[in-house]
Design a protein around this ligand. Structure first.
Ligand SMILES: Nc1ncnc2c1ncn2[C@@H]1O[C@H](COP(=O)(O)OP(=O)(O)OP(=O)(O)O)[C@@H](O)[C@H]1O
Ligand code: SF4
Ligand SMILES: [Mg+2]
Length: 363
């Protein structure tokens, strides 16, 4: 049984003074298993945050089902209801959003336990353990948020989210406000915490390198619809949807010679979610568009167990694409350089030895 099941999730927001709606999420389905990371990726406005908010019960979906431990969410059963308190948590993009500037760090980490009615002695032990887990020295616990860096603030946000030992944490762009060093440290920290505690993550990010590093599976969203979903290693190595190819090839890796080469690039702007295309949502931007793409929405197809795609021409996308996991190669190269303290060179080797992340097929 999956920890979380989302089926046909729809979220439409009314447009003030009109009968139109913003179709933010359009029939999204996915599962989340205990201890795994599913990444939601896609351009700005593709519905990632809205899905995260629906999962946490912070907004009431227009349609579809969300089941946590096989019981339906919704109505009074939200992240704030007593039986679910502490089980699902959220880490924000801006650490300051989850922290109270007037409270010392100790109290901020302690707060979820106070809400759960945990006694003082246990709370104290757990706060110190949570702080140590995220690498905060005990002396820091008496400080206020403004007295520490953004990276440390995000560690406090993570300690606070983790202290109730949640089963699911929604991480909405948890590293995008941070500098590259703090970003890498936070990703490592999240991976370590997941290994130790078995927490499942719904990881929302524009940073595809971080996604590649932390995720077991990836769902690619376009205009509130999942166009491709599958194991991270497979999706990064052989994307099957033109949009996934476009998204990956748009990423600028530091070394241009190891940038993903692709014949698919996406033209034009993302259409308005108030006026969705009638058939395939990508038709106005896709270089492989055909007549049928403009008249009928393609069905979701299973290309391999656990790997789903919604495109008429997915076989050609794979056949004509290259089969190199450039992110893995880039990462292996970065690790080699950092490890050896050597100047950058182009790697001709195999992707990194990836025994756990990205290669785990939960399908
Ligand atoms: N409360 C709301 N009322 C009206 N429209 C909304 C509301 N919340 C989100 N939207 C719209 O829904 C769509 C999806 O927004 P969402 O914030 O989920 O996207 P996102 O993928 O998280 O984007 P980003 O990467 O910029 O954070 C956007 O068009 C957005 O303007
Ligand atoms: S269905 Fe057609 S328009 Fe849509 S992504 Fe596939 S090829 Fe492109
Ligand atoms: Mg967002």
């Amino acid at each position: 049984m999956a920890l979380l099941t989302v089926q046909g999730l729809v979220q439409h927001f009314p447009v003030a003074g009109s009968r139109k709606v913003v179709a933010a999420v359009n029939s999204v389905s996915f599962d989340l298993e205990p201890g795994e990371t599913l990444a939601l990726v896609g351009e700005s406005g593709s519905g990632k945050t809205t899905i995260g908010r629906c999962v946490l019960g912070l907004i009431r979906p227009t349609g579809g089902l969300i089941r946590y431990r096989d019981v339906e969410m919704g109505g009074r059963r939200t992240v704030r209801s007593p039986e679910l308190r502490g089980k699902l948590q959220l880490v924000f993009q801006e650490p300051a959003e989850s922290l109270d500037p007037r409270q010392r760090l100790y109290e901020q980490i302690d707060e979820p336990l106070r809400a759960l009615g945990v006694n003082r002695a246990d709370r104290e032990k757990r706060v110190r353990a949570a702080a140590a887990r995220v690498g905060l020295r005990e002396a820091m616990l008496g400080l206020y948020p403004a007295e520490i860096s953004m990276g440390l603030q995000q560690r406090v946000g993570i300690a606070r989210a983790m202290i109730s030992e949640p089963e699911i944490v929604v991480l909405d762009e948890p590293t995008s406000a941070l500098d590259p060093t703090a970003r890498a440290e936070i990703i490592d920290l999240l991976i370590r915490i997941q290994r130790d505690l078995g927490t499942a993550y719904l990881f929302i990010s524009h940073d595809l390198s971080a996604v590649r590093q932390i995720s077991h599976r990836v769902a690619v969203l376009y205009l509130g619809m999942i166009v491709e979903q599958g194991p991270a290693a497979k999706l990064f190595a052989r994307p099957s949807h033109p949009y996934s190819v476009g998204l990956l090839s748009a990423v600028l890796l530091p070394n241009p010679t190891i940038r993903r080469e692709s014949r698919i690039s996406l033209a034009g702007e993302i259409p308005s979610p108030i006026d969705l295309p009638k058939a395939c949502y990508l038709a106005s931007r896709c270089p492989m568009v055909e007549e049928r793409c403009r008249t009928r929405m393609p069905e979701v197809e299973t290309v391999e167990p656990g790997h789903l795609v919604r495109c008429y021409r997915h076989e050609e996308v794979v056949r004509d694409g290259d089969a190199v996991d450039y992110f893995a190669r880039f990462q292996a190269e970065a690790e080699r350089i950092l490890g050896a303290g050597m100047p950058p060179q182009v790697s001709t080797g195999q992707p990194m030895n990836e025994s756990e992340r990205g290669n785990v097929d939960h399908g």
